[in-house]
Every structure is written in C-alpha cells, then in structure tokens.
Write a protein that binds this ligand. Structure first.
Ligand SMILES: Cc1cc2nc3c(=O)[nH]c(=O)nc-3n(C[C@H](O)[C@H](O)[C@H](O)COP(=O)(O)OP(=O)(O)OC[C@H]3O[C@@H](n4cnc5c(N)ncnc54)[C@H](O)[C@@H]3O)c2cc1C
Length: 557
C-alpha cells in the first residue's frame, strides 16, 4: 500500500468514479468490488480500517444456527435466505484468503435425548442448506467420545454432543487484506479521514465529500460521481449529513467478547452454548492461542463507552462455567473487545436478538447509496449489490462482479496443518522460532517474507516485541510502511493481534513499538512519549474497569 501522506495528496487531487465512506468489512468489500470493475475508487475511514465492528466480531464465517432456528420456528423466509446465502459466501471467503480462514468443529453439549434430537436435526438441516459448500457432515458424538475430545466439558448429566463445522477467521486482518487488495488493484484508501459534510450541485445531486485529514488537519474535498455510505453503525449519522430529515433506519446492538487463557483440556473444538438465561446462543472458541468467549447482545447507542464492564464479563463467565468442569474468574481475563451490530430496524420488533442480519440498499434523492445492516459473512454479496446500484446510478447498466474468485492480497494456498511445515522452513531460513514463522504466515500470508526482509536493515528487528508472544519488531515497521498504521493501537491490535492476545503484553510492547513508529513517522520525543502514555492509559482503563491488576507502568525514556 502507498504511504499515507502520498495517498492523502492523491485523494485531494480527485475526481473519482466512486467514493466509499467507511473502511470496515462492508466498505472495504465495496471499494474492492468497484475498483475491480474498473471504477476509479477511493475508500475513506474516519478511524483506522476495521477499527469499529469489523474487528470485534465472533470471528465466525457462518450461516448461523440461530438464524436457522428462527427461520424454522418463526417460518421467516428472510432468515432462511440469509443462512443459505451466508453458507455459500462462507465457501468463497475460505477460497479467497485461506491463510486467514479455517474450518472449526463446534460441539453442542446435550443433556437430554430431546436436546440431542433437536440439535442433530438442526445441524443436518444446516448441512443440507450448505449443499456443496458444506465443510463436513455434522454428527452425534457419544458422551465418552465427547469427553475424550473435550475433557473440560461438564460431565454431569452429559448425554453427548452434536458436532458440526463452520468457518473461523481473523476479522481484522481480513479487513485489511480487502483494503490492500483494493489498493493493489489501483484504488486509493485513506484512514483517519472522516467525511464531515457533502457538497451538491444545483440539481441537488451529491458531487463531493468534505473530509478532514485527522493526521495533517487539512480539509480535503473529494469529488466523485457516486458516494457509498458503508459506515455500519454510523450509517444514520452519514445519511443525515446528506439529508438532515432522514429517518433512523438502524437499531444498534452491543456485543462483548472476553479472552481467556486456552486450557489444555479444552481440545480443538469450539463449544456452542445453546441457551443462555436470555435465550441466546453463546460461543467459547479457541482463537489464536486464547479462548474467545461471547457474545452478549444488548440494545445500545453510539454514546456507549466501548469498554467491557464487570457485569458483561460476569454474564459470560457465569454461562461458560455451567458447561465446563472448571470455572474461570474475572482475574483470568487477558483481553476483551466490544462491537456494535448495525441492524436494520423493524417497526414491530422490540428485541434486537430477533432482528434479521439481512441488509438493505437505500438510494437517497441526492444519490447517496447507503448499505445498511448485514453481517461479516455476507460482506461480499452486500458489496456486489451496492456496486450494482452505483453502476446503475452512474452508467445505467451493470458489469460483471469478479470478487467471487479474487484471491486477496497475501493469500497463501490452503494448508491442512495451519502452515506448520512452511513455518519450519521459514524459521530455519531466517533464524526465528517456528511459532513466529507460523504467526507471520497466518497474519501476512505471502508477505511474511517481506516482513522478514526488513531485518536486512537492522537484525534487531527479528527480536520479539515482548517475551512470551510470537510478534517481532519487524512487523511494526512493516505495518507503518506497508499497511498505513499510524498509532500504537493500529499496530498492536488490528495488525499484529498482540492486544487481543494479552492487554498487559501489548502495554509492555508499547515503548519498543513507539520507537519504531517515531522513527518512521518523524515523531518528536514528546509525541512518542504521549503516544505511549495514551495507549497504556487505555489499557489501564480496560483493566481497572474489570478490577484487574497488572496495570501497565511502561513509559518511553
Ligand atoms: C459482537 C459482534 C459479533 C459479531 N460476530 C459476527 C460473526 O461472527 N460473523 C459475522 O458474519 N458477523 C458478525 N457480526 C456482524 C459483523 O461484525 C458486522 O455486520 C460487520 O462487521 C459490519 O461491518 P461494517 O463495515 O458495516 O461496519 P464497521 O465495521 O463498524 O465499519 C464502519 C466504518 O465506518 C467508519 N465511519 C463512520 N463514520 C464515518 C465518516 N463520517 N467518514 C468516514 N468513515 C466513517 C468507521 O470508522 C468504521 O470503521 C458481529 C457483530 C458484533 C457486534
């Protein structure tokens, strides 16, 4: 990807065919699709790419057993359509970025014969809906074999488990791979560039977006023939920049995940907790060396603080403990994340859990194309429909969408062992540990070699950022030079994943990472110190809100 300052100059020298607002899954997907159809495209995000909902998901590429249940129980065709579409899209996502996606087996514990039959039939229906894109057939597993595969399961009353398969992915890196693929195809992408207002012509059609470059403070006017509002939970705000009288179309639902150390006796399967107190599904999923547990679902608005509360964490721990032979405490939490689902409003539903994850495209009188709702798994299909609407508006006809079979930048061929063999070779050739090599292959794919090449400038870049985690210093440099990272959080959370692995590790790594950022971005010593201070301050707030110790003291000398 081009350097940020160079991109900012290009964006100011527009015009474009399409300006996509919002660099989460939906917007990044739209920008890639539009650019690949030959439309000159710019993607703008108010913060970092993928920094809102798209990096706070359950990391599942799935049709959703819950939505299937709703389709059957409520005879609701929209849920059924969405599950079917999502199962098809799951296969495309797995093909287009195999290093970022994997198959995961899920076990549903059953404590009665009725439950066993219910979930067995449900998962068979799920297989049937997936058709040729089914990942493997679901099956009933006896109590003895279930406990052998997952010794941590609560044995009391357990009859057995229903095991089915779904996709799991690295949401933040997939988001970034979409942005990079758009840039590789000739598009422009700029983070920290919020759209503040629009300009229109005499006929009332939108002709430019007024953007503030949050890094330089400059005001940029971005002209384009079409504007796509892909701002997820913020979509109503952007619709109101276009039309102050626009009625709200979204309801927002807050979802929380916590990360725990992954117990050795958890096994390789994920656990689906079929019913919480408020009749929801919950997951406990091995993810990047941790146990990802979530999610909650509570109605929310944009003024909510995006920090996990004690109540939310206790809710998740309470439900998890009922299904395991061991208990976790608040003090076990190593990290957590919060996201807000953008759900399309339904006049007659009060409960957000019942709202469909379907999406809608709205074209305003002035031409703003808003893509509302949806979920990660269907981002590509959403983008295809939105870009069709763009082409209809601009040229009156549509051309073929090519994203179904477009490998994302960095994508490695599929591996059955999580790139273990390739990691051994890469580790030997570069004098790094196999864990670091595997981490690099999974996060950066074919660009792992380019990350390691940076050590030719300075061999110290091969050193770990912090003891006990695979991330190395070269990744920080690569994130700044090639992936448009401009802050510690951009680097340590979405690009390297250290913040998700362990808040305290990330805080410890902050000074070393800040030194590299400062060198590359020309920060003065005060700016670097203040960056470390605000990052460790943020981690401290996460920890203290949950009453956890280990508040970071790291500073930059
Ligand atoms: C807890 C939780 C778990 C989930 N789990 C799953 C799952 O496992 N699988 C699945 O398929 N889906 C899941 N989803 C749903 C999925 O994550 C979302 O549907 C998806 O990420 C929404 O992406 P988006 O791009 O529309 O929104 P976002 O990712 O929120 O992106 C919107 C972007 O717009 C930017 N923006 C806002 N205002 C402006 C402006 N004025 N100018 C420029 N940019 C602006 C923001 O900075 C932001 O980056 C989950 C959602 C939640 C909350």
């Amino acid at each position: 990807m081009k350097q940020r300052s160079e991109t900012a100059r290009r964006v100011a020298a527009s015009p474009y065919d399409v300006c996509v607002i919002g660099g989460g899954a939906t917007g990044a997907g739209c920008a890639l699709d539009a650019q690949l159809r030959g439309l000159k495209t710019v993607l703008l995000d108010a913060g970092d790419f993928g920094s809102a909902t798209s990096s706070a998901s359950t990391k599942l590429i799935h049709g959703g057993l819950r939505y299937l249940q709703q389709a059957v129980m409520e005879l609701d065709a929209s849920h059924y359509r969405l599950v079917r579409q999502a199962l098809h899209e799951r296969q495309l996502m797995m093909r287009n970025a195999p290093n970022l996606v994997r198959t995961r087996h899920f076990a549903i514990p059953c404590f009665s014969l009725l439950e066993a039959v219910y979930y067995d039939v449900g998962s068979k229906l799920y297989d049937w809906l997936a058709g040729e894109s089914s990942l493997s057939s679901s099956r009933w597993v006896s109590r003895v074999n279930s406990l052998a595969a997952m010794p941590c399961l609560q044995p009391q009353g357990l009859q057995g488990t229903v095991v089915y398969s779904d996709g799991q992915f690295d949401d933040a890196r997939y988001n970034l791979a979409l942005v990079q693929s758009c840039a590789a195809a000739g598009g422009d992408a700029l983070n920290y560039a919020p759209v503040m207002s629009f300009d229109s012509n005499e006929q009332g059609r939108l002709i430019a977006a007024i953007v503030k470059d949050a890094e330089s403070g400059d005001r940029i006017r971005v002209s384009a023939k079409a504007f796509v509002n892909a701002t997820g939970p913020f979509s109503d705000r952007v619709r109101r920049l276009d039309d102050p009288d626009a009625k709200e179309r979204l309801r927002l639902s807050r979802g929380v995940h916590i990360l725990l150390p992954l117990p050795e006796d958890f096994g390789n399967h994920a656990l689906l907790i079929p019913k919480t107190e408020d009749k929801r599904l919950m997951f406990a999923i091995p993810w990047q060396g941790r146990l990802l547990v979530g999610t909650t679902e509570t109605e929310s608005d944009l003024s909510d603080e995006m920090i996990v509360t004690c109540g939310e964490a206790e809710y998740l721990l309470r439900h998890l403990s009922r299904y395991l032979s061991r208990t976790f405490q608040l003090s076990d939490i190593v990290s957590a994340m919060v996201g807000v689902r953008p759900l399309v409003r339904s006049a007659d539903l009060r409960d957000t859990t019942k709202l469909s994850r379907d999406y809608e495209i709205e074209v305003s009188r002035s031409g703003l194309i808003s893509i509302l709702g949806g979920k990660w798994t269907v981002y590509r299909a959403m983008a295809e429909d939105a870009v069709n609407a763009v082409q209809q508006a601009v040229t009156g006809h549509t051309t073929t969408c090519v994203t179904r079979a477009h490998p994302l930048l960095g994508s490695l061929p599929e591996s059955t062992d999580g790139y273990a063999q390739e990691a051994v070779a890469l580790a030997r050739a570069n004098g790094i540990t196999p864990e670091t090599a595997r981490h690099l292959l999974q996060k950066f794919g074919t660009s792992a070699g380019r990350v390691l090449d940076l050590a030719q400038e300075d061999a110290l870049l091969l050193a770990p950022l912090v003891e006990g985690a695979p991330q190395i210093q070269a990744e920080v440099l690569y994130s700044v030079r090639e992936e448009m990272a401009v802050s510690l959080e951009d680097v340590l959370s979405r690009r390297l994943g250290l913040q998700y692995f362990d808040w305290r590790f990330a805080a410890q790594a902050a000074p070393a990472a800040a030194r590299i950022l400062a060198r590359e971005l020309g920060w003065c010593a005060d700016r670097a110190r203040s960056e470390v201070g605000s990052y460790t301050g943020l981690i401290s707030r996460y920890l203290t809100t949950l009453g956890l110790d280990g508040v970071p003291t790291a500073t930059l000398n």
